[in-house]
Write a protein that binds this ligand. Structure first.
Ligand SMILES: NC(=O)c1ccc[n+]([C@@H]2O[C@H](COP(=O)([O-])OP(=O)(O)OC[C@H]3O[C@@H](n4cnc5c(N)ncnc54)[C@H](OP(=O)(O)O)[C@@H]3O)[C@@H](O)[C@H]2O)c1
Length: 288
């Protein structure tokens, strides 16, 4: 699939496959992991809409196989995927969009092979953020050889739920809650999560979680890069679910455009833009 690179100059045609396999996802020599996330939205900024049963899901008019390819490429780069507990509840109810990447699908076998050539484990580990531990652990994760680390504020741990998840093979890690009094009460300190992951040798963390987790990552200045696919279609909807879920940020988080690609036609439908935004250097020190 051919794309048009719009930024940085010069404008030129390029191939979608492999686009995010060599985009830089590293700090200079830095013990702290590089954290990145990725969303697909409509032109009116919606990342999810309510289905007939009132459940949120990624709009089918927005999701598409080309964006999905790049989502899988970003996962191929990761040492660990970051996800919220809500995803596992959705998965157990049969409402999750898909299994965690890299998908076991012949279309992505090149990505699994790519991981092998890079000396990476066959699949990345899974880091779960939770306030509740109220979800079952999907057996497939451990069968795929992934380690599962679950982080929760120590004050919110239910011993019964912790023991159940540990018996299923996960490691449950209790941390101090956010020190910031203005924060969401009792919530996990995401800076500590990233630090702990760095201590364990994780270097690239890919957040495939939703708008609530992105709010935490931005609020604490731990997100390095955000990839946004914007499908050039307006979809509307009663409830507006954007990239961020949570209170207004105390300080706006500035980002810089690092790259922008245009796909004019998506399988005969509206086109899309693939943007990469990097956190601006001025925010670099926040929370680290
Ligand atoms: N368009 C897109 O690209 C895109 C991408 C991702 C998701 N979505 C959509 O967005 C909607 C919500 O996604 P989601 O529920 O997977 O993601 P989410 O909003 O990030 O997940 C929320 C859950 O994550 C846990 N969590 C997140 N941050 C936490 C923190 N700092 N401390 C403690 N726990 C934390 C909590 O789990 P507990 O409830 O266990 O406490 C919380 O319920 C879904 O409809 C999904 O389809 C769209």
């Amino acid at each position: 699939m051919t794309l048009l690179r719009l930024y940085p100059a010069p404008t030129q045609a390029c191939t979608l496959e492999g686009l995010y396999l060599d985009t830089p996802l590293d700090h200079a020599p830095h013990a702290i992991p590089f954290v990145y996330s990725n969303f697909v939205t409509s032109l009116d900024g919606r990342v999810a809409v309510e289905d007939a049963a009132g459940h949120d899901e990624v709009p089918t008019s927005v999701a598409n196989r080309h964006d999905w390819r790049l989502y899988q490429e970003l996962a191929a780069r990761a040492d660990a995927l970051l996800i919220g507990g809500r995803y596992f509840r959705q998965l157990a109810e049969g409402r999750a969009q898909a299994a965690l990447p890299v998908a076991d699908d012949p279309a992505f076998s090149d990505l699994l092979a790519w991981r092998r050539t890079q000396g990476l484990r066959p699949q990345s580990d899974v880091v779960v953020l939770s306030n509740t531990l109220d979800f079952p652990l999907p057996e497939t994760l451990l069968e795929q050889g992934r380690r599962v680390l679950i982080f929760i504020a120590r004050s919110l741990i239910s011993a019964e739920r912790r023991d159940r998840l540990a018996a299923q093979g996960a490691e449950v890690i209790g941390l101090d809650a956010e020190p910031d009094a203005a924060s969401i009460t009792g919530e996990l300190d995401i800076c500590q999560v990233v630090r702990r992951l760095g201590e364990r040798g994780y270097r690239r963390i890919y957040s495939v979680a939703g708008p609530y987790s992105l709010h935490s990552l931005l609020r604490h200045g731990v997100l390095d890069t955000l990839f946004v696919t914007q499908r050039l279609t307006m979809i509307g909807g009663e409830r507006y679910q954007s990239l961020l879920e949570g209170p207004a940020l105390a300080a706006p988080v500035g980002l810089s455009l690092a790259s922008l690609y245009y796909q004019q036609d998506v399988d005969g439908g509206a086109g899309q833009l693939f943007a990469r935004f990097d956190r601006r250097a001025s925010a670099e020190a926040a929370g680290r």
